[in-house]
Design a protein around this ligand. Structure first.
Ligand SMILES: C[S@@+](CC[C@H](N)C(=O)[O-])C[C@H]1O[C@@H](n2cnc3c(N)ncnc32)[C@H](O)[C@@H]1O
Length: 242
């Protein structure tokens, strides 16, 4: 399957993991062009023009959400990230802080200080990238409201608590695939099917859930059938509707 929306082979160098966006061992990044394609397919399936309320319930370090939000600021009203792992939560907090002008300015200052201290030009380049991302964010609508919580994606009670008053209409998530990341928690054995059940119980009707895995097919078990599915590179994607 080929790209339908992210057709141009744009350089996403400014969004590289570990440059402006924070990275850490054990927290895999995600291909940026594919992230953009999944978000746009999810928007097309949802329909309408209203900005999306976006949620990743297995957010890891928040890389996927942060790049989608920076690329598509105009089409997003707010972003929610959750994960069971407290380490993921703190990395995601640092990445989602980059969805504000103040967060990007602080990151640019930190990178410039590192450039001076270690004499590494790569830090200067990353500081310049942070300024470009800030200018892009400003031009596309400015600071993006966001929140990060700790919650088990297989437990509707915890998910409802994480949501509070929020009503996401698009979920994008790159679920554990057993190499660097695994399902955790008491319901772990239920995997993707358990997550789809839990999400369906808490999301508004007609929300779109885009699930991606490393592998040939998203293993949705006997749960809801995908409205669409496709495979690009080493990843499979399935889109569901609540
Ligand atoms: C492939 S990683 C996600 C990477 C993420 N998309 C990013 O861009 O950083 C999968 C994540 O699922 C989380 N996870 C595993 N079991 C979970 C559960 N029961 N509830 C919520 N998150 C869980 C792991 O902690 C891990 O961070």
């Amino acid at each position: 399957m080929t790209y339908r929306h992210a057709i141009a082979r744009t350089s996403h160098e400014d969004l590289a993991s570990g440059a402006v966006l924070h990275s850490a061992p054990g927290f895999p990044a995600f291909p940026v062009r594919l992230a953009s394609e999944i978000f746009q397919r999810a928007l097309a399936l949802r329909g309408g023009d209203r900005p999306a309320v976006l949620w990743d319930p297995c957010c890891g370090g928040g890389y996927l959400l942060t790049v989608v939000a920076l690329l598509h600021r105009r089409r997003i009203a707010s972003v929610l990230a959750s994960d069971l792992d407290p380490g993921a939560r703190s990395l995601a907090e640092r990445n989602l802080a980059l969805l504000t002008r103040a967060g990007l300015a602080a990151r640019a200052a930190d990178l410039r200080a590192r450039a001076a201290r270690f004499g590494k030009p790569a830090y200067d380049s990353a500081a310049q990238a942070a300024h470009r991302l800030a200018a892009g964010l400003d031009a596309a609508g400015g600071d993006l409201p966001h929140a990060v919580c700790q919650a088990d994606a297989l437990d509707p009670v915890q998910l409802r608590r994480a949501l509070g008053h929020r009503a996401p209409d698009i979920v994008i998530t790159d679920v554990p695939y057993g190499e660097q990341t695994h399902w955790h928690g008491p319901g772990a054995a239920a995997g993707v099917a358990g997550m789809l059940d839990a999400l369906t119980a808490v999301l508004p009707r007609d929300s779109v859930i885009a699930v991606t895995v490393r592998g040939r097919k998203v293993p949705a078990g006997g749960g809801p059938r995908p409205r669409a599915s496709f495979k690009i590179g080493t990843r499979a994607v399935a889109l569901f509707r609540t």
